[in-house]
Design a binder for this molecule. Structure first.
Ligand code: CTP
Length: 445
């Protein structure tokens, strides 16, 4: 039987196209950039994907269903109430038959409909009926893109799990207009489609045969909120994206995953049991309750301090008195507490180090002071854009050395970390098999 890493490397880096046999549903919105979809369809079909297309009424002003249909070799779907189509292939099936849905160009109108769950034409109905988050490639005038209403809709869709590709910045078709709003170029769209296909293949093909199957992994994620009074709190800029990606990737690798998360604006990752907490003390209690675990990953940006005396009522301004001074006390260090356990310490304890300078040096110190096995160090200075952003550049530090990884998406960092965990599990099993000792550290099963 193929091991997980073999399946993964064959599927993602082998000679086959990464989208071969994938059924892609392309929803074309009404925008000048719609013509780029013709090229996209050709390139996807060259790679062995089948492409089905839904066009909005506006899209048909920019490209004709006839030219799209000639390239896809399929009818083009345009009408919610076309009885023939509804009988043969309704909007529910159109949506379910697809491995992946791409909306390109996604206009401000389509984005607004998606964010609000409207379904008054075929494109929006297919999207609402979908059981997987779409890829969205926006294209519109820069002012429409930057409008707070569009940005609000984009945030809603991201929180619902949609992935955005672009828009890119540059000159617009309209005279004297420039800024963010251009549809991403075809190779960029293809790269994103391939990445999502890889991630979904990993989740479905690996499943129970995954390298972490039989293991329990606990992951902490997100910020903590430390209340000042019932309406105010201290927080930090952590988005939880990296921790949630790790929970999703470990679940996809077959582990039973408990994710303990502070307040974030993200959907619960598929396959993980998600426990929601607010404060550092609650996070520690939930982590202890979740044990025993084989592996624990501490990705949360836990507040180091909390307010010594929280107001039980909203603190009021008092005329003539200075603002209140907030007295802080130290929070428990969750990582240090769990890594230091004599009994019930997870076999592999992985901490994160959020640093703004001397990243490697400070992170190595943390590896020792916290008593963990590995530290994933990242630069969270404002210039790095890591806090809240979609990308991360990390160093994996072990007791005997470190590796620096390239800048990549947080999902890819998570996948690479899971591969390292899988390697550790394999080597623990091999060591245990080779030694007379009956004790198997990781992978007890
Ligand atoms: N951590 C934790 N509990 C805390 C503080 C941190 O579990 N109260 C964990 C984090 O989840 C991370 C690691 O410790 O895995 C390092 O967190 P970081 O914020 O980088 O460092 P701190 O320990 O807070 O130290 P400092 O703020 O001085 O850099």
């Amino acid at each position: 039987m193929l091991g997980w890493r073999q399946i993964w490397s064959q599927s993602s880096h082998g000679s086959h196209s990464r989208v071969e046999d994938k059924r892609i549903l392309l929803i074309i919105g009404g925008g000048i950039a719609a013509y780029k979809c013709l090229e996209l369809i050709r390139r996807l079909r060259e790679r062995g994907a089948s492409v089905r297309v839904v066009m909005t009424a506006a899209a048909q002003h920019f490209v004709t269903p006839l030219s799209v249909s000639a390239l896809t070799n399929e009818p083009v779907f345009t009408d919610l109430f076309n009885l023939d189509d509804e009988r043969e292939i309704g909007h529910i099936r159109l949506s379910r038959d697809a491995d992946l849905i791409l909306v390109a160009p996604a206009t401000a109108d389509l984005i607004a409909k998606m964010a609000n769950g409207l379904a008054n034409d075929l494109a929006s109905s297919v999207l609402l009926a979908s059981d997987k988050p779409p890829l969205i490639a926006p294209a519109m005038n820069p002012r429409m893109w930057l409008n707070p209403a569009t940005q609000r809709n984009v945030r809603v869709l991201k929180a619902d799990g949609a992935r955005f590709i672009g828009p890119e910045s540059g000159e617009m078709a309209e005279r004297d207009e420039a800024g963010p709003g251009r549809l991403a170029e075809v190779p960029v769209l293809i790269e994103a489609i391939e990445e999502v296909s890889d991630a979904r293949r990993l989740a479905t093909t690996v499943g129970a045969a995954g390298p972490l199957h039989g293991l329990h992994v606990v992951v902490t994620s997100g910020p903590t909120h430390e209340p000042i009074d019932p309406v105010r709190y201290i927080a930090n800029r952590s988005s939880g994206k990296q921790g949630h990606a790790i929970a999703a990737a470990t679940a996809a690798a077959g582990a039973r995953v408990t994710l303990i998360t502070g307040p974030v604006n993200l959907p619960d990752p598929t396959g993980a049991e998600t426990i929601k907490v607010e404060t550092a003390e609650e996070m520690l209690a939930a982590t202890e309750r979740a044990l025993p675990a084989d592996i624990a990953v501490f990705c949360a940006a836990v507040a180091d301090w909390r307010i010594a005396e929280q107001g039980t009522q909203k603190i009021k301004k008092k005329k003539g008195e200075p603002p209140p001074a907030l007295k802080l006390v130290a929070n428990p260090d969750i990582l240090k507490t769990i890594a230091g356990r004599k009994k019930g310490r997870p076999d592999l304890v992985i901490g994160f180090a959020a640093e703004t300078e001397n990243v490697l040096q400070h992170a190595r110190k943390k590896l020792n002071s916290k008593g963990c096995d590995w530290i994933v160090a990242n630069d969270v200075s404002a210039e790095s854009g890591v806090m809240g952003g979609d990308h991360n550049r990390v160093h994996l530090i072990r007791k005997d050395g470190h590796e620096s990884w390239k800048q990549q998406s947080k999902e890819d960092v998570a996948t690479a970390l899971v591969e390292e965990m899988a390697r550790e599990v394999e080597s623990s099993k091999t060591k245990a098999a080779g030694s007379r000792s009956a004790r198997v550290k990781l992978g007890k099963s």
